[in-house]
Design a binder for this molecule. Sequence first.
Ligand SMILES: [Zn+2]
Length: 283
Amino acid sequence: MDFLDELQHRVLIGDGAMGTELLAHGVPPGRCLEELCVSDPDLVRGVHERYIAAGARLIETNTFGANAVRLAQYGCEHRVGELNWTAAQLAKDVARGKDVYVAGCVGPLGITAEEAAARGIDRHEVFTDQIGALLDGGCRIIFLETFLDADELLVALEAKQALHHCPVVAMLTSNDRQAFQAAIAKVRAAEAEVVGANCVDGTHALHLLDGMDPDATLAAFPSAGLPKTHDQQLAYPTTPEVFAANARTLAERGVRLLGGCCGVGPQHIAALAAAFRETTTPT
Ligand SMILES: [Zn+2]
């Protein structure tokens, strides 16, 4: 059964955050997390392995910010091909022989359309370079996630569609349900097979997805709530139990692909997988 077929039949559990998990394992804040795929692959491999052990059936590559614009903050803008290809190979290596999908993770560029234009940055080309390398590395699902600007998400989606016809999961983060649902309609019209919300807490994800077209295949990767600083570390308030209970409600409202964003770790994914154990057993 392939990824899209499976989502028609059951709820699929994805992984939690990569960034907060790396920071929790001693990576100093301010470090280029995507570069760790090359300089400390075992650290990244460990995150993937913990999510699979917790019950994730889909893992995302450590490439959220691996585009030339964000990598330029670390002087790594010339390493887009290398970092994305390596991250894809690493995740595929961890998933080999297991019933686990590997998705290539793509985040926004972190600059506005105006800023991109003023700096002479061709956003389509930037996304094409990143997604092309993820596909070369073997990813056959692409996640476009944490987009605030629907137009930027459409630029990334167009770049992906021009490269390959593998499935795409397109997720926005938003405060405004009306704007969110209008954006999702555009993304669906551009043939994103799976759409949804990420990087908002579980209750807000429910609000954003309420009243969606029942034909849409929905994903939700909520965060573990708004973090507070505690002993110079970020502490996220949502417990694994509350996270899993929210996820169940999301599934009752039709969400088929569930995972987590900032602050969601292997314990949250384990609680989530346990809550769905019956419904994820093949029939
Ligand atoms: Zn997040």
